[in-house]
Design a protein around this ligand. Structure first.
Ligand code: NIG
Ligand code: FE
Length: 414
């Protein structure tokens, strides 16, 4: 049993704040608590009390008056490809002229173009080009971001990408969780040798990444036809054998059964899901996998089939939302734009959109014990917003009502 910390003992207290707690124990969609004081101690949320119980003598020296604004958990972007070399604006122009993404990819563009640009860049160069994208996220209240590798496509460059993510975690004012992304495409040096490439992933890449603790999970891409279900199954098994949790890109452009495979492997999350079957959703519900929806790539690729949100609700599969920031299908580093698009394109409620970038994003990363909600004993990562109601965060774009971003109890910047 841990000792109850009084407000007076806290390192700092925020007073006159409304809380969108997303405490899973509360039935209200935002877990709202009005007119509260929230105290932090040693980087954690230590005490939440109604203002009616707070007197000046019960407060410590460091107090922030929230002036009746709202505190939310720090926003979490749980699916990004933020580290990459170059850009693909010229492919954007080609697509606008009607050239399909698949054709561009078949001619050596797409993921392979970004892989070439990523392989020739040093770690320092990749750090430099990633920082502005990270800043765009932090300016909107993101306190934790997942970054995938996947543009190295070989041992050396995948490891380089993951080391860049680790460096950024240490250098920038945001927490970073790294994921090894594999099997998004076959690199040209392995043309006609898919089995050997999969063996390289399973026998060298995954064990080395696990050994060096460079990633917290493995994302198995289940869209590219170069790989069979047997290949993917083997990769899932290798991740599990090496003690790494799994997730996947699946059912983005067609139904391919990846979600069911992932669910059978107890994957943390299945991401995209526009074409998932009811059986796939039932399998996810049974395994407790989270649905990560990515409205940015849906919009940017002009997709027509939204994910089956009503069925996800019916099966009570928790829904997370993320930017999927990448140079090809979602060059959009804005978490609030995703919340808005989640409502407009996928008919999520504003409360579901905010849950999607807080508690459910934390679940998709397997870190909900410490992140994603405002509860005593969780990390003191939160945002103070100048808003009347949390539904405003999904509603308006173009200016950001963020007042404070707090990480481990430290006020970082706005
Ligand atoms: O790795 N969510 C999808 N991400 C992509 C990136 C696509 C691209 O660079 O074109 C992927 O498949
Ligand atoms: Fe992605």
């Amino acid at each position: 049993m841990h000792r109850v910390i009084q407000l007076k003992e806290c390192d700092r207290v925020w007073i006159n704040v409304n809380l969108a707690t997303f405490d899973p124990a509360m039935s209200h969609p935002y877990g709202s608590r009005h007119r509260c004081a929230l105290g932090i101690h040693k980087g954690k949320i230590a005490r939440i009390e109604p203002m009616s119980a707070v007197t000046a003598t019960r407060l410590p020296y460091d107090v922030t008056d929230g002036h009746n604004g709202w505190l939310t958990p720090g926003l979490i972007d749980c699916h990004t490809h933020l580290v990459f070399g170059g850009h693909r604006a010229q492919e954007f122009e080609l697509r606008l002229k009607g050239v399909p993404y698949e054709q561009i990819a078949a001619q050596g563009g797409g993921i392979l173009a970004t892989a070439r640009a990523t392989r020739v860049r040093s770690k320092e160069q990749l750090i430099k080009s990633t920082l502005p994208r990270l800043k765009a996220l932090t300016a909107e209240g993101v306190t934790l971001v997942e970054i995938k590798s996947g543009y190295g496509l070989n041992l050396v460059d995948e490891i380089k990408m993951l080391e860049v993510a680790k460096e950024l975690h240490n250098r920038h004012t945001i927490k970073i969780i790294s994921t090894l992304l594999v099997a998004s495409t076959l690199p040209p040096e392995f043309a006609g040798r898919t089995d050997e490439y999969v063996d390289m992933i399973c026998q060298q890449l995954i064990p080395e990444v696990a050994d060096k603790k460079l990633a917290e999970a493995v994302d198995i891409h289940c869209e590219n036809a170069a790989f069979t279900m047997a290949h993917r199954d083997k990769i899932f098994q290798s991740a599990i054998d090496n003690g790494l949790p799994t997730k996947c890109h699946t059912e983005q452009f067609s139904e391919n059964g990846g979600a069911s495979l992932a669910a059978h492997m107890n994957a943390l999350s299945c991401d995209h899901l526009q074409h998932i079957s009811e059986q796939g959703i039932a399998d996810m519900a049974e395994s407790g996998s989270i649905a990560v929806l990515l409205p940015g790539s849906y919009y940017f690729m002009r997709c027509q089939t939204p994910p089956p949100v009503e069925l996800l609700r019916h099966y009570q599969v928790p829904i997370a939302l993320a930017t999927d920031t990448n140079p090809g299908t979602s060059p959009l580093a804005s978490i609030r734009m995703m919340m808005n698009m989640g409502c407009i394109f996928f008919q999520l409620t504003p409360a579901e959109a905010l849950a999607g970038v807080t508690i459910n994003a934390a679940r998709a990363l397997g870190i909900a014990d410490h992140y994603g909600s405002l509860e005593e004993d969780k990390a003191a990562d939160f945002c103070l917003w100048d808003i009347d109601h949390p539904n405003e965060l999904a509603y308006q774009l173009g200016h950001c009502p963020l007042q404070q971003r707090v990480i481990d109890g430290q006020i970082i910047d706005t």
